[in-house]
Design a protein around this ligand. Structure first.
Ligand code: AMP
Ligand code: MG
Length: 406
């Protein structure tokens, strides 16, 4: 048996980031930037007003004979337009937030610090002296032309999208989405819309995995279920190798080992491992042709947990991420773990922040076929190998399944 860490290390050693492509800005959320982003212009591109008010010369705002100076208004400039004349000494121009500061003016006073006869007024009194540059957002204050604003390797989130839009990047170089083939196996497995017949069960794994693959940032392609025959597997693999990654479930435990093993090794190179963990001891990894294949166990909980531990990091590495693993925190396990398991035990749990620490509750029966043990679980408690028990109120490390890798 190999450890989870060894399995993960061996798997990731075989995975490289995918190729670079350009995608429309609005489709880049969650992808990894493949190039540095260098500003090609100053942002803001021109000095503009931060307030609605008046553009003037700062020297004209000083008291005159102890009284507020009165300036004549020569026009106005709205956001999106430029003034058609300059501000001369003794005059002012109405200005709106975001409008370019007209030539001649070196300051802006907000309307609240002035007095006039309203929108049609031909004069304005300046009620407070203002310094040069007041309420002016200079060109390049945010980003300078030539400045490296984003580094390649950055995960694109909403803030990055805002910056890219500001800089005019309508199409963005990113590492492309992996396409992931999802294949069920087993003569007993029927589709969700089929009526149950004796001996049959519905295909939960493929749908569960489709969702997890999508959430990991890849494009799932559900290929149905291969029968437990070599012909059926061969046929499915022909389709699957058009993808960047193949994820199968079932058919890797001892019972069916040989059949699947035969066809997998015929078409590529696959290693069947027994991993020192529960749920999810049997896992296969290798290649069909050049395409990596991750063979997960058939029991739904095992498939879910092994996907989180091995499948998701594979997809993230393909996407160009460098942070591949979910964060871990120390938690107080309120109900404890009383089942003695010799392998490392990943116990589904609900973790919450309460009174200054993280508190975990396990989700009941932890059998690898008990799908309801996944419900409400946002964490996997790591119970060390060797038959460790956790008394109620004892501590454990938890992998936080709903926290981003960071
Ligand atoms: P296997 O590894 O193929 O022996 O499967 C282990 C267990 O998981 C068996 O009880 C299978 O019926 C079940 N199983 C396999 N594939 C699926 C699937 N796609 N959906 C739900 N259960 C499955
Ligand atoms: Mg099977």
């Amino acid at each position: 048996m190999i450890s989870v860490e060894e399995a993960l290390e061996r798997i990731l050693a075989e995975i490289t980031p995918l190729t670079i492509t350009r995608v429309p800005l609005s489709e880049t959320l969650g992808l990894v930037l493949a190039d540095d982003v260098i500003a090609q212009e100053d942002i803001p591109p021109f000095a503009n007003s931060a307030m609605d008010g008046f553009a003037l010369l700062s020297q004209d705002s000083q008291l005159r004979d102890g009284k507020p100076p009165r300036l004549s208004i020569t026009g106005g400039v709205a956001a999106g337009y430029v003034a058609n004349h300059a501000v001369e000494p003794g005059t002012a121009m109405r200005i709106m937030t975001g409008a370019p500061v007209p030539p001649g003016a070196d300051t802006v006073i907000q309307v609240e610090l002035t007095r006039s006869e309203g929108p049609e007024s031909e004069w304005v009194e300046i009620l407070q002296a203002v310094r040069p540059g007041n309420n002016i957002r200079p060109a390049g204050e945010d980003m300078r032309r030539g400045q490296t604003v984003l580094l390649r390797g950055t995960e694109i989130g909403p803030w990055e999208i805002g910056v890219l839009a500001t800089l005019g990047w309508a199409n963005v170089p990113v590492i492309r989405h992996p396409r992931v083939a999802i294949l069920g196996t087993g003569d007993e497995v029927i589709d969700v819309d089929e009526p149950l017949r004796p001996g049959k069960i519905r295909n939960s794994n493929s749908y569960l995995l489709e969702a997890t693959v999508q959430r990991a940032g890849a494009e799932p392609q559900r290929l149905g279920v291969a029968r437990d025959t070599e012909e059926s597997l061969r046929e499915k693999f022909t389709e699957a190798i058009r993808c960047d990654l193949i994820i199968t479930s079932g058919g890797v435990s001892v019972g069916e080992f040989d059949l699947v093993k035969n066809i997998m090794t015929e078409q590529g190179e696959i290693h069947f491992w027994r991993i020192n963990m529960r749920p999810g001891k049997p896992v296969a990894f290798g290649h069909i042709g050049n395409v990596p294949l991750l063979g997960l166990p058939g029991n739904p909980v095992s498939a879910a947990v092994t996907f989180e531990l091995f499948g998701r990091p594979i997809i993230r590495k393909m996407l160009g991420h460098t942070q591949l693993l979910r964060p871990q925190v120390e938690v107080v396990v309120e109900d404890g773990v009383s089942e003695r398991v010799m392998r490392r035990h990943y116990v589904r749990a609900r973790v919450e922040w309460r009174d200054g620490h993280f508190v975990a509750h396990t989700t009941g029966n932890q059998g690898s076929n008990i799908m309801t043990s996944l419900l409400n679980a946002n964490a996997l408690l790591i119970v060390p190998e060797g038959g460790t028990l956790i008394p109620p109120g004892g501590k454990a490390k938890a992998i936080m399944l709903d926290w981003p890798e960071a």
